[in-house]
Design a protein around this ligand. Structure first.
Ligand code: NAD
Length: 279
């Protein structure tokens, strides 16, 4: 075993992060405040690993699953070297988690914030170890994507950046390190596409499928903006737009009302089987 990684949040991203590290011989302690989601997460990781096996990848499913331990108490994180936090894109939720982690984690432990838009400097300020708080914007689906956007908060130490880079390279993930800014590079750009695409549906200009087809064929992208929104989770996209709007106070980030209605109706994308598309 190479080291112990704590993974907080077992939703779309937490499951992917847990699987990735477990596949590379790290012991993963996976936590979610919702016990049902936590139990379900391991079954879904197993399903995903079996699916990968069908594409000729020789994966020892049982061994990888054994590397993932489900934990129900923050005290379990006393011994970990790194934490990857994947709780919802809401400042208050992140604040409570970081305050708890700061109390239990050893002083050398590095806290990686997997956030879409929230500034890392703000997250670091929830702790007494801002030097060891770093943004790692993993790409979805994490087991398949070999790249991350790494964000240096105002107080993030160089040693934290170097150590995190080495860790991620060990699990096959390369990174581009950028300075702190809401939405970073990827989501400041991509959320404008997704939001504007939602407005096009809302205004009846085109269907989701037409918009995605035009986008893919016109620009050569693998996925259209609304397929991407469904993959991310419409709830997460909406939360991110709210962060961008609040941070920049710029109306270009005002969320399309259609996104609010979809979240209220629970039609939030792939993770529930319905969003802009049915799955
Ligand atoms: P998600 O809603 O799928 O999962 C979040 C999980 O956190 C849920 O299982 C929830 O039960 C759990 N949770 C809530 N409060 C908690 C708490 N206090 N302690 C522990 N667990 C808690 O969200 P997600 O898509 O996995 O996103 C997680 C983070 O990663 C967000 O900040 C998001 O912006 C970011 N992110 C998402 C994507 C994406 O494509 N979905 C990509 C990169 C980054």
């Amino acid at each position: 075993m190479k080291g112990i990684i704590g993974v907080i949040g077992a939703g779309v991203m937490g499951k992917g992060v847990a699987q990735r590290f477990a596949q590379h011989e790290y012991q993963v302690l996976l936590y979610d405040c919702d016990e049902m989601i936590l139990e379900q997460a391991k079954k879904e990781i197993e399903k995903n690993l079996r699916c990968m096996n069908m594409f000729n990848k020789k994966i020892d499913v049982h061994h990888i699953l054994d590397n993932i331990i489900l934990v129900k108490d923050y005290k379990e994180f006393e011994k970990v070297d790194y934490i990857v936090e994947n709780v919802p894109e809401k400042l208050e939720v992140k604040r409570s988690v970081y305050m708890e982690l700061d109390k239990v984690c050893k002083t050398s432990c590095i806290l990686m914030a997997n956030t879409s838009c929230i500034p890392i400097t703000a997250i670091g300020a929830f702790t007494k170890r801002a030097g060891q708080v770093i943004g790692v914007h993993f790409m979805n689906p994490v087991p398949m994507k070999n790249f991350s956007e790494m964000i240096r908060g105002w107080k993030t130490d160089e040693a934290t950046i170097e150590s995190t880079k080495v860790l991620l390279l060990d699990v096959g993930i390369e990174s581009e390190v950028i300075n702190d800014s809401p939405g970073f590079v990827s989501n400041r750009l991509s959320h404008l596409f997704m939001n504007e695409a939602a407005f096009l549906v809302y205004e009846g200009v085109a269907t989701a499928q037409q918009i995605d087809n035009i986008f893919k064929n016109a620009f050569g992208h693998k996925m259209g903006p609304l397929e991407t929104a469904d993959l991310i989770g419409v709830d997460t996209v909406l939360d991110s737009l709210k962060v961008l709007y609040d941070e920049y106070q710029d109306t270009k980030f005002r969320a399309c009302p259609l996104l609010n209605r979809m979240v209220e109706a629970g039609e939030i994308g792939r993770k529930v089987g319905k969003g802009f598309y049915k799955y």
